[in-house]
Write a protein that binds this ligand. Structure first.
Ligand SMILES: [Zn+2]
Length: 352
């Protein structure tokens, strides 16, 4: 009975999603429609895969192929119309789960196969996000991803574009991709541009190449947030740095578990990280590829980690505090969340 009440409450509570990949979150039905519209034939296997994804409910369901399979929607996201639609639908899907704020990330350089420029790509996504905001009442912003496997020139073009679009919906830059072959240390010069521009930085470090990449991202690249950040508990020096600077972790429990980025379960304890005073946030990563949504993330956490409602509220507010929004916008978002929490009978410390 108590569990059911908590589940109902979690469904109702307002939430944020700070780590959401555009290409990994396109609805399978949309991919099929885009393929048809664009005259791209799909093989039976691909159609089957789309159908499988559309029914994916259990996060550990067989068939998940890890983050490497993220490019499933990329061939269809090469036109302004398709990008705008995908961005709009990302907001629409988030609104179904009482998300009040989302940050949608994408790598502009991956959408240029049909001749779109980096600027045209960013414009299309920002347009879709704005339409979603108006239609669904969810605040939505964009994060531009640089890729570890891309050249300095390609990534520099993305970082520079971020500055041009800061007043049109872009709020930060990110670095993603294979960590073992391209460690974080290689990107110091690139992120110097972002720091000079004053563009906020978040860096993907899922731990596959060790926690040194987290330390480097925070200490040298100026990351204000860390994407994923599993394994942090394994390394006292990095844990202390992240705690001291209060760097939020954008954790994605369902996806992190699927991709096994934390081989030792004890190194991925959200409860322990919270107890250590780390500003943990919870996000979806790729709603389609991982068969997840933000409500499911919290429900599973509550069940598996035995988090109290108060701890869940703490995580949600960590997300609001970590948002790459202007201070005044963040403050009004936070006030709205606190009002809703109070209405739900959640008595939170004044210091929150
Ligand atoms: Zn990610």
């Amino acid at each position: 009975m108590k569990v059911r009440i908590q589940h109902e409450l979690l469904t109702r509570l307002p939430k944020v999603d700070l780590h959401l990949h555009l290409d990994g979150s396109v609805k399978p039905a949309t991919v099929l429609e885009l393929a048809k519209e664009q005259g791209i034939g799909l093989s039976d296997t691909e159609i089957e895969k789309m159908e499988h994804l559309s029914q994916l409910d259990e996060p550990d369901a067989a068939g998940h192929e890890g983050r490497g399979s993220l490019d499933f929607a990329l061939p269809f996201l090469q036109t302004s119309g398709a990008l705008e639609r995908a961005a709009y639908e990302a907001v629409e899907q988030a609104s179904l789960h009482r998300c009040q704020y989302i940050e949608v990330r994408f790598a502009p350089q991956l959408h240029r196969h049909k001749g779109l420029s980096v600027d045209e790509i960013i414009q299309a996504v920002c347009r879709g996000l704005r339409q979603g905001e108006t239609a669904c009442g969810v605040k939505a912003r964009a994060i531009l991803i640089c890729l570890r496997g891309h050249s300095y020139m390609m990534n520099a073009a993305v970082v520079e574009a971020a500055q041009r679009f800061m007043d049109q919906g872009v709020v930060a830059v990110d670095l993603a991709g294979e960590e073992t072959a391209c460690p974080t240390v290689q990107f110091r010069t690139l992120f110097t541009i972002a720091k000079r521009q004053g563009t906020p930085i978040t860096i993907h470090v899922d731990g596959t190449a060790g926690t040194a990449n987290i330390y480097e991202a925070v200490k040298e690249l100026g990351a204000a947030r860390i994407g994923h950040g599993g394994l942090l508990l394994e390394d006292a020096r990095t844990l202390e740095l992240v705690r001291e600077l209060q760097i939020p972790l954008e954790m994605c429990p369902v996806s992190d578990r699927q991709t096994k980025t934390a081989p030792l379960p004890e190194a991925y304890s959200i409860k322990q990280l919270l107890d250590w005073g780390i500003p943990v946030t919870v996000n979806t990563d790729n709603t389609t590829m991982s068969g997840t949504n933000i409500t499911k993330e919290y429900l599973r956490l509550a069940d598996q980690c035995k988090l109290t409602t108060k701890e869940i509220a703490r995580i949600i507010l960590n997300g609001v505090n970590a948002a790459f929004l202007e201070e005044n916008e963040k403050l009004s978002l936070k006030e709205r969340f606190l009002r809703d929490f109070k209405r739900e009978g959640l008595l939170l410390p004044n210091t929150w």
